[in-house]
Design a protein around this ligand. Structure first.
Ligand code: GLY
Ligand code: MN
Ligand code: MN
Length: 436
């Protein structure tokens, strides 16, 4: 069996269990359609429903749908408009077509006509802001128990999904190297962004999230995505958080560079070492929350070693300083979505872990299991808004903080596939290594 046939069998089994547990006869997963801008007729880039691309690697066929009834072959309604305005996305002959009944439609209404009475007993999953979909007489629209069940089990990736994630990382690392070279050649943020896209022949709407391409102080802005068009007089540091997609699966990678030897180069190395130390702690049974705390303690040690904050790692963590320098979560599931779903679910019945007060931005609270894929992305930045809370602190060496401010900060981010007994795969470092 190929890895895709294993995958679709797993998806089918997961839908069987989810439908059984939530009492629905069938499911209709609508791929979605582009939204147009307010008072305008220009569409925004189309993003397919993740639960549609879970079934098949078709990401550019809006208005399509998968209908699935346990015990039957999935039916794919592939929408191809008979219209002289638009080009149709090419659908190459691929393996997925052997596993489904394929019906090409040129009108969304034909989906409903084809399903007839079955529409009344189906659970609809998708966006339904437009007609005729908005008026389809389905049994239920996006029922939460069904979504929770599916989202919970999506955390364990199939071999085919891991192959796609591996290749997405190979694309993204190639682009990362091009961006790094552009930085060393003195390019502006926008020019670096263009170098990134050109290296893998991507349109901007094909990357999985707005790339963060940040020179100097901009590295401290966690979601920096308005690029300067002109290069700064002095480009001291470069933080890039950018990904790629392959067959609908996402890469999410961060690296930090500097042109200068010395303190900031040493800091990049220290955060990188702290991240790699943490990678060794990943194994089934460990709570991801524990990893997050452990990474805080390692960042606390870096804060101490570099003289940013006085005290032992435990003291620095206990007093809350690490949350000012490393304010975001350690990472998140990754797969069909960059921030893949289900990180807060305790079980497939939809019970969830409460958000942690100390670490409210942590997206992943589940215990680690073999087959999960998640990011590990520690950082250390000068975020003045957060440091204000400690303005009176004598533990913080403000001169040292002022030295770091012009560099923004450091983040290092890899994606990890959890193996048995800590025998994990680092998709990102392996991909960089393959490039040589
Ligand atoms: N690039 C988004 C993230 O790292 O979560
Ligand atoms: Mn991430
Ligand atoms: Mn990222």
């Amino acid at each position: 069996m190929s890895s895709y046939s294993d995958h679709i069998a797993t998806v089918q089994a997961r839908f069987d269990a989810a439908l059984e547990a939530t009492g629905f006869d069938s499911v209709l997963v609508y791929a979605g359609q582009p939204r147009v801008a307010f008072l305008d007729d220009n569409p925004a880039p189309y993003k397919v429903n993740p639960l549609f691309k879970y079934w098949l690697p078709v990401t550019q066929s809006p208005k399509s749908a998968v209908f699935y009834q346990p015990g039957q072959k999935p039916v794919v309604f592939l929408f191809q408009a008979r219209d002289f305005w638009h080009a149709q996305a090419e659908i190459p002959t691929e393996e997925w077509q052997q596993h489904v009944e394929l019906i090409v439609v040129d009108d969304v209404d034909k989906i409903a006509k084809h399903l007839g009475d079955k529409l009344h007993t189906t659970a609809f999953i998708g966006e339904d802001f437009a007609e005729p979909v908005a008026s389809w007489p389905v049994q239920s629209r996006n029922p939460q128990p069904l979504l929770d069940h599916l989202h919970y089990h999506r955390a364990i990736k199939t071999t085919w999904e891991i192959e796609n994630l591996r290749y997405a990382n190979e694309l993204a690392t190639k682009a990362h190297n091009a961006a790094r070279d552009a930085f060393f050649a003195g390019a502006s943020e926008l020019e670096i962004h263009h170098a990134y896209l050109a290296a893998i022949n991507f349109r901007e709407c094909e990357v999985p999230y707005n790339s963060i391409v940040a020179l100097n102080e901009h590295g401290a802005i966690l979601h920096y995505d308005i690029y300067d068009h002109k290069a700064p007089a002095e480009a001291r540091s470069f933080l890039i958080d950018a990904g790629a997609t392959y067959r609908g699966y996402c890469a999410d990678i961060t690296r930090t560079y500097t042109k200068q030897k010395g303190f900031f180069a040493d800091l990049i190395e220290a955060v990188d070492a702290a991240q790699q130390d943490l990678l060794r702690e990943i194994k089934p049974g460990v709570e991801y929350y524990q990893l997050h705390v452990s990474q805080h303690l390692k960042i606390a040690q870096v804060l101490s070693d570099f003289g940013f904050v006085k005290g032992t790692a435990e003291e620095i963590y206990d007093k809350g300083y690490t949350s000012a320098f490393f304010p975001h979560g350690l990472g998140h599931f990754i797969g069909l979505q960059v921030h893949d779903v289900g990180g807060h679910l305790r079980n497939d019945r939809g019970d969830s872990y409460p958000r942690d007060e100390r670490h409210p931005f942590l997206r992943l609270l589940r215990p680690i299991e073999e087959g999960q894929v998640f990011t590990i992305e520690p950082g250390l930045y000068v975020v003045d808004q957060l440091l204000e809370d400690h303005a009176d602190s004598r533990d913080i060496n403000w001169d040292r903080v002022a030295e770091l401010r012009p560099y923004g900060g450091v983040r290092i981010e890899d994606s990890i596939v959890v193996g048995a007994n800590g025998n994990n795969e680092n998709l990102t470092r392996d991909a960089f290594a393959k490039l040589g």
